[in-house]
Write a protein that binds this ligand. Structure first.
Ligand SMILES: [Zn+2]
Length: 231
């Protein structure tokens, strides 16, 4: 889907793998602080770690965080939209449902890209959903696609690499991967992550086309999905 955007951070496959119900917390500097009980903690570097997302799919009406490539305002969720989204999540394949979303945020429009229905931040499992998502007739495919971006962080890097190479991505040390000449959906050439999310989406929406496009890549994607289904 050419209007779906993803912000794919620095080589996520090389960072620490977290479980589907966890989010990745980067190494960060913690300033000196004093706890309520008076315990003093000196400034220190807190190392990279995984933190469990407790509960299920949190709806947030606002957020103080800054988001890459999004400068707009958040708006409160209304109950019917929450229900609709919960129903769509219920319909997702079991293996994708395991990836709990830490934050669901709601905004009217992605400025500069008004047709974009959703933005996904795999590193902190946050999804921003726009009016375009709620106006779409195929919400299931959008969610499948977006959550596949999150799932891609949790896939065996060798299998994932096999998929990218089989699809024609060229990797050279010190350079960004070079996209294949022919892709199944135009924006698959934006990044390997986009290619992967489009392939998972196609696996469910049009498997015949995916298989015809590249039988070897189809077999790899099928293998990845089947092994994830067993976990
Ligand atoms: Zn995408």
């Amino acid at each position: 889907m050419k209007w779906l955007l993803i912000f794919f951070l620095i080589k996520p496959f090389l960072t620490m793998a977290c479980l589907p119900n966890e989010i990745h917390i980067r190494e960060q500097w913690i300033d000196t602080y004093t706890k309520e009980d008076g315990t003093h903690t000196s400034a220190h570097v807190r190392s990279e770690h995984c933190r469990e997302v407790k509960g299920n799919n949190f709806f947030q009406d606002s957020s103080a965080k800054e988001f890459r490539n999004f400068k707009g305002k958040f708006k409160p969720w209304n109950p019917s939209e929450k229900n609709l989204l919960n129903n769509e999540i219920e319909k997702l394949p079991q293996w994708l449902k395991k990836y709990r979303i830490a934050n669901f945020l709601r905004a009217s429009v992605h400025e500069g890209n008004p047709k974009n229905p959703a933005l996904t931040y795999p590193d902190n499992k946050t999804l921003i959903l726009f009016d375009a998502f709620f106006n779409s007739s195929d919400k299931q495919s959008i969610l499948l696609h977006e959550i596949s971006h999150i799932a891609s962080w949790d896939i065996d890097p060798v299998e994932l690499q096999n998929f990218f190479v089989s699809n024609g991505w060229i990797y050279k040390r010190g350079e960004s991967p070079k996209p294949p000449q022919k892709v199944i959906i135009p924006d698959s050439s934006h990044s390997p992550s986009e290619d992967f999310a489009n392939a998972v989406e196609s696996y469910y929406s049009n498997p015949k086309r995916l298989k015809e496009f590249n039988p070897k890549s189809f077999a790899i994607i099928e293998g990845i999905i089947k092994s994830k289904e067993k976990q």
